[in-house]
Design a binder for this molecule. Structure first.
Ligand code: C2E
Ligand code: CA
Ligand code: CA
Ligand code: CA
Length: 278
């Protein structure tokens, strides 16, 4: 039930009804979407802030729905997590990204590919053998694969998550903490977990130039990461001012619309062959 403008409870609210149907539609259609190959990956460059070169890319999933057009991962990933389909979808994403990264490597442009992994995948399935299978099937060297996880996965079932992540690192796969600074505030896991990279969340980057606190926070994260011998990526870089501030603060890699939106593999390939403007 929802309240109307006069504060009375209504059994049906048009907005709410629409949301529920939308979610139900998504849940009902996700599995067939996977079978019908309606998912695709786009790639967003990660730029080495010192050299200005593209050194890697984050794989981001898209759902091209035949009637509804492109559906955002923010709308269907949570649904896939709740229904468990994230396991099969995540497996497909991992194979697809490794396959593409291997193509670029064979073409002589070895890009490090970053794949997002849901906490549900880390906790519910044997991610270690899944990753090993993907690397073996595609021939991608483990150090060209980076897994992005959020801090949330370390809060619950910490022990199990930690041992799986350690096994991945032992395999040579790189591990990045995504959306760093927005979640679990205890930093003790940084010394127990073999992470290789911190990703500064775009919420800190957005107000960098106007908000001295966000600027200070970004600098603190960069300094701390380097103290721990970790790399730092800043995401959500939208302006030259963002890029300049972060580069001057010692940030290693940058990602965001200023450099490039997420693009198809073929556009990415052409970006790799160009002289870039930054
Ligand atoms: P995320 O991992 O934090 O990914 C970054 C998001 O920020 C992406 O949105 C990207 O397109 C967007 N972005 C990049 N640069 C900029 C910028 O300069 N400005 C702004 N405003 N946004 C920027 P996207 O692709 O819609 O993905 C949203 C979220 O969905 C991701 O957040 C991630 O949590 C999830 N997601 C996306 N692909 C996957 C996937 O393959 N697997 C899993 N498990 N989750 C995924
Ligand atoms: Ca990410
Ligand atoms: Ca992120
Ligand atoms: Ca995010």
């Amino acid at each position: 039930a929802a309240r109307d403008a006069q504060g009375r409870y209504a059994l049906y609210h048009p907005d709410m009804g629409e949301q529920i149907t939308r979610r139900q539609i998504i849940r009902g259609e996700l599995r067939s979407a996977l079978e019908n190959e309606q998912f695709a990956l786009v790639y967003q460059p990660k730029v080495d802030m010192r050299s200005g070169r593209i050194s890697g890319a984050e794989a981001l999933v898209r759902w091209n729905h035949p009637q509804r057009g492109q559906i955002s991962p923010a709308d269907f990933i949570p649904v896939a997590e709740r229904s468990g389909l994230i396991v099969d979808l995540g497996n497909w994403i991992l194979h697809e990204a490794c396959k593409q990264a291997r193509v670029w490597q064979v073409q002589g442009v070895p890009l490090r590919i970053a794949v997002n992994m849901s906490p549900v995948q880390v906790l519910r399935q044997d991610v270690v053998s899944m990753v090993r299978d993907a690397l073996e099937a595609t021939g991608l060297p483990p150090d060209l694969l980076e897994i992005e996880i959020t801090e949330g996965v370390l809060v619950t079932n910490e022990g199990r998550a930690l041992s799986r992540l350690r096994a991945l690192r032992d395999m040579g796969v790189r591990l990045a903490i995504d959306d760093f600074g927005t979640g679990y505030s205890s930093l003790s896991y940084l010394k127990r977990l073999p992470v290789t990279c911190l990703k500064i969340d775009q919420s800190f980057v957005r107000d960098l130039v106007n908000n001295p606190e966000d600027a200070r926070l970004s600098r603190v994260i960069i300094g701390m990461a380097h103290d721990f011998d970790l790399e730092v990526v800043a995401e959500g870089i939208e302006t030259a001012a963002h890029a300049e501030f972060l580069r001057a603060s010692g940030c290693d890699f940058g990602q965001g619309y200023y450099y490039s939106r997420p693009v198809s593999p073929s556009v990415m390939t052409s970006l790799l062959g160009q002289d870039l403007p930054w």
